[in-house]
Design a protein around this ligand. Structure first.
Ligand code: WQD
Length: 337
């Protein structure tokens, strides 16, 4: 049985991936500093899978803590989610983002190297494409970033590409997620944002459960069918399955490669809002406001490479994503404690 270390494993995407890994027959070790998640997530993973993964409350800035994890476990591969991820916050406190997402990640890669663990799946983001010249976006499109969060993702990609050039024994898959939304069908796992959500669907969920008054639609003058921003929303369970395919591929190959994880479909803000109205059975109020600085008009994935290399495609549609998001929101009004 292969053992996978999942950093950030109690987080939103991490917890869904840990669940899928256990259900796929892997032994899983979870490392998390619980800055943006709760240890109670591990009990929920146990409820779903029957297995509570071994857990280390460790910060990737803690070099000794990382060394202990690799000394106490025979790790075959690492999936690295741990990192700060709020775009707006990264503009306010860039040094905190660079320290955590870059120095912390380099600590992890050094600990892997010292332990002879050279297989890694990295949580990257479609944000590395900046404002794409066209859509759908292919992995060979130019990269550029407009905020420190996105820059930390791109810098990690460059660091890992250089590590692979320095040592051909490394195997690294750089997964570029589009817009993860939704929740586990059990209603036990889902997204629990700190404070007022920046992202669209967690904000809509709060309008639907009455804790926020209306959705602020950031601009309806984009060159899109209804004028609002278009994004490639992907169900977090599909994303987790993409990681199962990715880690299996990484264990069988060497070198670095980049793969989009998206559905290939773009939905506008208003289309998502209406899908959520169907899911919750209520009309959801909104106001059209000015564009949000830094936003782009359209972003959705070319999914050919993921299908070809990983034999993986997203399965869930926007209605199922909103259904599962609303189910989690209803069942967890106070998040996961
Ligand atoms: C989606 C659309 C907004 C909120 C970000 C990160 C990216 C990734 C996913 C980590 C846009 C509109 C939003 C609201 C709105 N995260 N919107 N009202 O900006 O595409 O991507 O999250 O990897 O890195 O950049 O996602 O959900 O913030 O916005 O109108 O209250 O919804 O303008 O068109 P985004 P988002």
């Amino acid at each position: 049985m292969k053992t996978i270390l999942v950093t950030g494993g109690t987080g939103y995407i991490g917890s869904h991936t840990v669940t899928a890994l256990i259900q796929s027959g892997y032994n899983v070790v979870v490392l998390d500093n619980l800055y943006n998640s709760s240890e109670a997530v591990l009990d929920r993973i146990e409820t779903i899978t029957g297995t509570k993964p071994k857990f280390y409350k460790t910060d990737i800035l803690d070099k000794e803590g990382l060394k202990t994890v690799f000394a106490e476990n025979e790790i075959d591969a690492v999936i690295h989610f741990a990192g700060y991820k709020a775009v707006g916050e990264s503009v306010q406190i860039p040094l905190t983002y660079y320290e955590n997402n870059i120095s912390g990640s380099v600590n992890l890669y050094e600990a892997m190297k010292d332990a002879g663990v050279k297989t890694l799946v990295f949580s990257s983001s479609a944000t590395v494409y900046g404002a794409p010249k066209s859509v759908p976006i292919r992995e060979d499109f130019p990269t550029s970033t407009t905020n420190p969060y996105g820059s930390t993702k791109l810098m990690n990609e460059m660091i890992l590409a250089d590590v692979c050039k320095s040592d051909p024994d490394w195997s690294v898959l750089l997964l570029r997620y589009f817009n993860p939304i939704g929740a586990h069908q059990s209603g036990l796992l889902g997204e629990v944002p700190n404070g007022i959500p920046n992202n669209l669907v967690p904000y809509i969920a709060r309008v639907a459960n009455g804790t926020l008054e209306y959705l602020r639609v950031w601009g309806n003058d984009y060159p899109t069918p209804d004028g609002t921003g278009v994004r490639d929303y992907i169900h977090v369970v599909d994303l987790a399955e993409g990681h199962i395919a990715a880690v299996a591929y990484a264990l069988e190959h060497k070198g670095a490669d980049y793969i989009n994880l998206g559905t290939g479909n773009g939905y506008s803000v208003l289309e998502v809002l209406h899908a959520y109205e169907k899911a919750c059975g209520k009309e959801l109020p909104y106001q059209i406001l000015e564009r949000r600085p830094g936003d782009i008009a359209e972003c959705y994935a070319d999914t050919e490479k993921a299908a070809r290399l990983l034999n993986w495609r997203a399965k869930y549609n926007i209605d199922e994503m909103c259904r599962d998001s609303w189910n989690f929101t209803l069942k967890n009004p106070d998040g996961i404690k």
